[in-house]
Design a protein around this ligand. Structure first.
Ligand SMILES: Cc1cc2nc3c(=O)[nH]c(=O)nc-3n(C[C@H](O)[C@H](O)[C@H](O)COP(=O)(O)OP(=O)(O)OC[C@H]3O[C@@H](n4cnc5c(N)ncnc54)[C@H](O)[C@@H]3O)c2cc1C
Length: 442
């Protein structure tokens, strides 16, 4: 007998949480569950800076879909277009072939990509921090700069290789700069020919404050901690141009460097643009029940969706965080089930629990439930939060063991070279060029 098909696009926080819950709430005869996603793991993004810094192995933040989902059919591929009138999705699979998938209910949970601007050279030369491959690539790249600086005969080249620029003073950029600065400071001790005094880290943001989500006091606290570790800040400043060996700031300064890490926010997946549906700031408009108005059977959740924030009220939409995405995944499963059974759907409501920012070692700032913490207590809360939020016991154990191992044995600063020679632009890693135009349906 044919069963209604629930198709989920995106195996991240929201998508996997939704399917995990549907597997438990629905009998196999009630619905066919299908997931389209490019990888066979759910990525725990908040710990990506630890992967880049070598504190965690890449495997420890990649949670196996086969372990979490027992009866969902997982299709490796990227959804490149949604036809809401025909209730079908065009999928480009791993081999590049296009395939049409029909659905009765669609949950769009394709997340976000790095936000860029029309800055000359940015798309060609910036590194991102959104995928596991980017974190691994960046780690190799940073260690390689020290390797090359150690043998450089030109002092200007040596200085440029030892200068690192991160753009974005939100949690992603701040944690990335903080964790990688610790990596280079520790690594420099293994390079006797390098002067550690030449190491220089710059954190740039167009906003006047660091970590505005945490309030003035904690933002200032984080800045003071990072300044003590040698990180320089350029606030109220942006990037005017980028080349292979320099970054020009909007205040006119030119920083010779081989490394620009770009973490200046996110935009909803380009898949959103292929739907005939409303958007708010590029994210798919939904009702509080996570339904996309005017698109029968379609729900949207996570970073790709503009979900009304009922806990804040007014025109507020929920921020693009794992905290909301995970909970929206659970909430949408309840509403898909309600649709299948003809019962009433429930509105999504969640009061933000606060934010944790891990600056590496015992440095951190966090505000759980409105309580401001810094230093070791904040770090205990931050790491405790991540361990609880990781979705499986195996993943929690891996992360805990890796943290313990790293604190005892340290890092050997080895470049894996697995991705050497591959194109490394934001587009190469985030596949933002495969959507919409040129979609030919079979
Ligand atoms: C460095 C960093 C640190 C962060 N730290 C925190 C933090 O401390 N706390 C917090 O709450 N949030 C944090 N976030 C934000 C958080 O990770 C995101 O808000 C969250 O991942 C969004 O969940 P999602 O399910 O919407 O998308 P994701 O988790 O990104 O999942 C999207 C999934 O969809 C897949 N996909 C994308 N496009 C397609 C397509 N076209 N077809 C099929 N599949 C597709 C992707 O491969 C991925 O598997 C951080 C983010 C970063 C980058």
């Amino acid at each position: 007998m044919s069963r209604p098909k629930v198709l989920v696009i995106g195996g991240g926080f929201a998508g996997v949480e939704c399917l995990h819950r549907l597997e438990h709430r629905l009998k196999p005869a009630e619905a066919e569950l299908v997931l389209v996603t490019p990888t066979d793991y759910e990525l725990y993004l908040p710990l990506l800076p630890h992967v880049a810094a070598g504190v965690l192995t890449p495997q420890s933040v990649a949670v196996s879909l086969r372990r979490r989902l027992r009866r969902t059919e997982v299709m490796p591929g990227i959804a490149i277009g949604v036809d809401t009138a025909a209730r079908s999705v065009t999928v480009r699979n791993r081999t590049g072939d296009l395939r049409e998938l029909s659905y009765d209910y669609l949950v769009l949970a394709a997340g976000s990509t790095t936000r860029t601007f029309d800055i000359p050279g940015l798309k060609e030369h910036a590194f991102g921090m959104k995928t596991l491959a980017q974190a691994a690539y960046l780690r190799d790249h940073v260690i390689e700069q020290l390797d090359l600086a150690a043998v450089a005969t030109d002092p200007a080249e040596r200085e440029a290789r030892m200068r690192f620029v991160v753009v974005g003073g939100g949690y992603a950029g701040t944690e990335t700069a903080a964790c990688l600065q610790r990596l280079t400071a520790a690594a420099a001790a293994r390079f006797p020919r390098l002067d550690p005094g030449l190491l220089s880290w710059h954190l740039v943001d167009v906003a006047p404050k660091l970590l505005p989500e945490l309030g003035d006091r904690l933002g200032a606290n984080a800045m003071a901690t990072l300044r003590r570790r040698g990180i320089e800040f350029s606030l109220n400043t942006s990037v005017g141009a980028v080349t292979a060996d320099s970054v020009t700031l909007t205040d006119g300064r030119v920083l010779p460097t081989r490394t620009l890490v770009w973490t200046a926010g996110v935009v909803a997946s380009p898949l959103v643009g292929t739907l005939d549906a409303g958007t708010v700031r590029g994210r798919l408009t939904t009702t509080p029940e996570l339904v996309v108005p005017g698109a029968p059977g379609v729900f949207a959740v996570g970073d790709a969706a503009a979900v009304p924030d009922l806990a804040v009220g007014g025109d507020a939409i929920t921020p693009p965080t794992a905290q909301h995405s995970q909970r929206q995944g659970k909430a949408v499963a309840v509403n898909v089930e309600a649709q299948l059974r003809g019962t009433a759907m429930k509105p999504y409501r969640h009061r933000d629990l606060g934010l944790v920012v891990d600056l590496g070692g015992t440095d951190a700032v966090s505000r759980p439930l409105g309580i401001s913490l810094s230093g070791l207590p904040a770090q205990v809360v931050a790491r405790g939060y991540h361990v609880m939020a990781l979705p499986t016991v195996t993943a929690r154990t891996r992360v805990l063991v890796n943290w313990a191992l790293n604190s005892v044995t340290g890092d050997d600063f080895v470049r894996t070279g697995f991705q050497q020679g591959r194109p490394a632009t934001l587009q190469d890693f985030e596949h933002t060029d495969v959507y919409g135009a040129g979609v030919t349906r079979k």
